[in-house]
Design a protein around this ligand. Sequence first.
Ligand code: SF4
Ligand code: SF4
Length: 354
Amino acid sequence: MKRLVLTKDELTAWVRRMTEGVRVFAPVAVGDYDEFRLVDSDQADLIRWSYQNTRLSPKGLFHPQAERMFKFSTSKEDPEWNILKEVPKDFSPRVIVGMRPCDAAALKIMDVNFDTPEYKDPWWVRRREATTIVGLACTSPSSTCFCTSVNSGPFDTKGLDVLLVPLGDGRFLLDVVSERGEELCQQFGPGGKEADSEAIATYEGLKKKAEAALVPIGDLSPLKERDMLEFFNSPIWDEVQFACINCGVCTYLCPTCWCFDIQDEVYESEGCRLRLWDSCMFPLFTLHGSGHNPRAEKLQRVRQRFMHKLKYYVDKYGQGVACVGCGRCVQFCPVNIDIREVIRLMLVQCECAV
Ligand code: SF4
Ligand code: SF4
């Protein structure tokens, strides 16, 4: 597929053309952080092409933090009282521009939960179908990133339609990696010039440099090979859970955490059924109607989070861990609990540490 080189002005003009035909979401500065927001034609030059990573991952564009699923009336005078009606949602075509490769890889992990042969979440599926993704390679990964250790990488194209690579001289290499990306380029011509051998050599050099900047965390295959109960009953969880305050930040920021709760809220005679992100770190998450709570202790909740990502998911799906190494949980945990250290402890526990 084609590779082009665009100046930053050409790139901005391309995004601007997109905004005139489809909805475009892109990273922009919001307060102290960067966030994916809907941008219009006038905002195309506000897009952050050199951001480190957004604090909130773009998973919320597919699985919103709070979403009105259905509405209903509780008034008996309404002939359709207590009948659930779907709240209209926008599934028109859209492009997400500037998504980091780890976040695109995370969507593939989320698909395992929301789009399976047995069960399809209709809103997830329709949003995925409506979306073309233009990724942005990481030429300077953060010290908290470890994507190359978990089946991804700073130039990984998994889950992307187009990859943009900043060449370091104000130009971008545009790599079309799917048919959908090809269609996007046909619909909104990006302009630019065909990449010459010099631009491709620069791209290859930047890729190698970025990959070399990431510190490997070791061979994770023992996580699959060892028995689940060995990990479950390990004494390491006492050490891991010690400082945790169960704030849930790690799960809310994680691009692969998919848990949610469904609640009905009623105001006067108007009701709505909401879907809201939830977290296995909260005691209420597993509280039964009987009052029994199978994960009443902090240790059980902390263990659940890591066992789900690093063992249950691995065993169930055979596709590696449910982590893309974005480093958000490492960066924002208020008590510095580091999943890389948890992995190390698990590997030490099976005497396979590297
Ligand atoms: S962010 Fe840290 S303190 Fe908060 S729940 Fe996660 S591991 Fe615990
Ligand atoms: S577990 Fe942490 S490093 Fe892994 S994907 Fe989630 S937030 Fe990123």
